[in-house]
Design a protein around this ligand. Structure first.
Ligand code: G3H
Ligand code: ZN
Length: 303
C-alpha cells in the first residue's frame, strides 16, 4: 500500500471521528510489531522515528528497514519524524522520504530549554515552507509537554497548557497541518493518574482548525482518551507503553530460561542460548499493546 501523508490520514480521521495511533519504532522487531498490529486491526497508522533514536543508531539503517516494511504493508501508513528539534534534522528526514515531520519548536535542540513563542513560530514556519514545497505534512507543538516533573506533575498544569487564542494565531502564521497541544499529558510514566484538561482541549478545538495531537499517551485512562478524541484529538503518540511491554516480556523469558538452565546444569548439559527467544515474545508483546491502543483510539477497521 502506498505511503500517505499524516494530513491525509487526519482528514479521514476527522470525517470518521477517531484518532490515528502514532507509535515509535526503534528496531526491526518494534517496526514489525507496530505494522502487524495495524494490519491485525485494519487500521491506518503513523509510524514514527523520534530524533533521540539517533543517539542509539544512525537513522539511515533504521529508515531503510522501516520503508521496506511499510512498502509491503496492507494498510495506509504515514512515516513521521517525531520531536524533530532543528530545521536541519527535519530536512534530513525529508530527504529520507518521510511523509510527515514534527518540528518541536517548544524546546531548543537540547530538548530541555524552552524556546520563546516567537522562536517557535520562526523555526516552525521555516520547516513548513520547506516541507510543504515537497508535499510533506508538518506537526508542531505549542505549550509545554516536557517530561515527568513538569508543572503538570505539580498539579498546576495551568502554566503549561496551550492557550486557545495563541494556538489559533500560531496555526494561522505558520501554516502547520497538525498541532500538538499541552492539555495535561506529559511523556513517560505518570505518578498516579494524569488529569486531562478536557475543557481546555474543547476550547482549543473550537478555535483552531487543524487536527490536534496528544503526546504522552502512555497511562492516560481509556475514558479520558475517548473523551479527548470526541473533543478533537486525531493523533495519539505512544512510546513508553511499548517499552514497558518489551521489558516485561523479556524479563519473563529470562526468568523462565534461568529455571530451565538450572535443570540443564544439574544434568551437566550445555546452555542453549538463542537471542530470538528473547526478541520474539517482546515483539508479540508490543504488537498486542499497539492493537489494544488502536482499538481504544477508534481507528480499527478504518484502513
Ligand atoms: O512523542 C512520543 C510520545 O509523546 C510518547 O509519549 O512515551 O508517554 O507514550 P509516551
Ligand atoms: Zn511526544
Amino acid at each position: 500500500m502506498p505511503l500517505v501523508t499524516s494530513k491525509e490520514l487526519m482528514q479521514n480521521a476527522e470525517r470518521g471521528g477517531y484518532a490515528v495511533g502514532a507509535f515509535n519504532a526503534i528496531n526491526m522487531e518494534t517496526a514489525q510489531a507496530i505494522i502487524g498490529a495495524a494490519e491485525d486491526e485494519k487500521s491506518p497508522l503513523i509510524m514514527q522515528i523520534t530524533q533521540t533514536t539517533m543517539n542509539y543508531t544512525e537513522p539511515e539503517e533504521l529508515v531503510a528497514l522501516v520503508f521496506a516494511l511499510v512498502e509491503k504493508s496492507k494498510v495506509p501508513i504515514a512515516v513521521h519524524l517525531d520531536h524533530g528539534r532543528s530545521f536541519e534534522i527535519c530536512m534530513r528526514f525529508l530527504r529520507f522520504g518521510f511523509t510527515s515531520v514534527m518540528i518541536d519548536g517548544s524546546l531548543h535542540e537540547d530538548g530541555k530549554t524552552p524556546r520563546s513563542y516567537e522562536e517557535n513560530i520562526e523555526i516552525t514556519k521555516k520547516v513548513v515552507d520547506a516541507a510543504h514545497a515537497l508535499g510533506v505534512s508538518v506537526e508542531a507543538e505549542l505549550g509545554r509537554l516536557g517530561q515527568i516533573g513538569a508543572e503538570i506533575e505539580t498539579g498546576d498544569p495551568g502554566k503549561a497548557l496551550t492557550d486557545p487564542e495563541q494556538a489559533k494565531e500560531f496555526v494561522d502564521i505558520t501554516g502547520v497541518d497538525l498541532l500538538a497541544v499541552a492539555i495535561g499529558t506529559t511523556h513517560g510514566l505518570y505518578r498516579g493518574t494524569p488529569t486531562i484538561v478536557h475543557d481546555r482541549l474543547e476550547a482549543i478545538n473550537k478555535t483552531v482548525d487543524v487536527p490536534l495531537v496528544m503526546h504522552g499517551g502512555t497511562g492516560v485512562p481509556d475514558d479520558a482518551v475517548v473523551k479527548a478524541v470526541q473533543l478533537g484529538i486525531r493523533k495519539i503518540n505512544i512510546d513508553t507503553q511499548m517499552r514497558v511491554a518489551w521489558y516485561d516480556a523479556t524479563r519473563k523469558v529470562i526468568e523462565e530460561t534461568e529455571k530451565e538452565f538450572a535443570s540443564l546444569d544439574e544434568l551437566g548439559q550445555v546452555r542453549k542460548y538463542d537471542i530470538r527467544k528473547l526478541l520474539a515474545p517482546a515483539r508479540q508483546a508490543v504488537r498486542d499493546t499497539v492493537r489494544e491502543r488502536i482499538r481504544v483510539f477508534g481507528s480499527s477497521g478504518k484502513a
